[in-house]
Design a protein around this ligand. Structure first.
Ligand code: ADP
Length: 281
């Protein structure tokens, strides 16, 4: 032990016997906030429908009577407020930011709730981006939330990693599309989750098929579905197949995502309902 040991291992590099090996980087919630469960929605890359799936899961939770929140950690591509038709800005006091609420009562915090104009780009480096996402956890007064969904930054790089390290997470839902590299992407996500000691609760294969409105035949536009086999292979307890549905993007674009059919996500949602509360982690 160093002679000037302060017993604060987070600010010390020496590897002595008394070092707390489990030093956690988890940040505390704002003192006025309550959040009972946190579900991270992650993807191997952008554009696969992660934000859409986050919105649908939150809409389902809200309809089932859970007090629901979304922390939009996709700082450079924030699309959550728009899909719920929310354009107002967050308000705050010196040490607190208040989330905005959808008309159904879902609490939201997103970079777009802080920018002057929706179209303003966020041209920041990784550390700032991760810092902003973490502040949505530490500085926002989340009001009595049963389930919070985090729309994670895409990928498995430093930004999602810092968010995973800073916020306590009950479980992860991984969103993919049915393409060749999907097994590798899922494996990366599952490995990252196990590094963090967090269970993967479900795999969502988005854009899994297109159902012809006339003949009702299902066409697998992006290739054969792999999600069931992957869920088995990696021991993930639930999976879902979401169709390519122009109605979904229309509802998201017009701010009416709460009216979408969330039934395809029912088994993944059941898995979320069974996930541990933060106090049990
Ligand atoms: P990500 O968060 O992974 O970057 P988004 O959720 O923003 O992706 O989706 C990208 C675009 O694709 C959005 O315009 C969204 O409305 C659309 N989209 C996503 N999933 C579907 C789907 N299953 N059917 C139709 N459009 C979809």
């Amino acid at each position: 032990m160093s002679s000037n040991c302060t017993h604060d291992c987070s600010s010390c590099k020496s590897d002595c016997a008394s070092r707390d090996k489990k030093t956690s980087f988890i940040k505390p919630l704002h003192e006025g906030a309550t959040v009972r469960k946190v579900i991270a929605v992650a993807s191997g890359k952008g554009g696969v429908g992660k934000s859409l799936v986050t919105s649908l899961l939150a809409a389902r939770a809200n309809k089932l009577g859970y007090r629901t929140a979304i922390l939009d950690a996709d700082i450079t591509g924030p699309s959550i407020p728009k899909s719920f038709g929310v354009s107002e800005r967050a308000t705050g006091e010196e040490n607190a930011i208040f989330p905005v609420e959808t008309k159904e009562g879902i609490q939201l915090m997103s970079m777009n709730c802080l920018l002057e104009h929706d179209e303003d780009p966020v041209v920041w480096r990784g550390a700032l981006i991760a810092g902003a996402a973490t502040q949505f956890w530490t500085d926002v007064v989340w009001d009595d939330v049963d389930i919070m969904f985090i729309d994670m930054p895409p990928g498995t790089g430093d930004v999602p990693l810092s968010v995973f390290q800073s916020i306590p997470i009950s479980g992860i839902v991984v969103v993919t599309t049915p393409q060749d590299l999907v097994e590798m992407i899922v494996k990366k996500a599952v490995n990252m989750a196990s590094m963090m000691n967090v269970p993967v609760l479900g795999l969502v294969e988005n854009m899994s098929y297109f159902e012809c409105p006339e003949c009702k035949k299902k066409h697998e536009i992006f290739g054969e579905s792999k999600v069931e086999g992957l869920a088995k292979k990696f021991g993930v307890p639930a999976f879902a197949k979401m169709p390519i549905d122009p109605n979904l993007s229309r509802l998201a674009d017009s701010g009416n995502i709460v009216n979408a059919d969330t039934e395809p996500l029912s088994s993944v949602f059941k898995s979320i309902e069974g996930a541990k509360l933060l106090e049990e982690l």
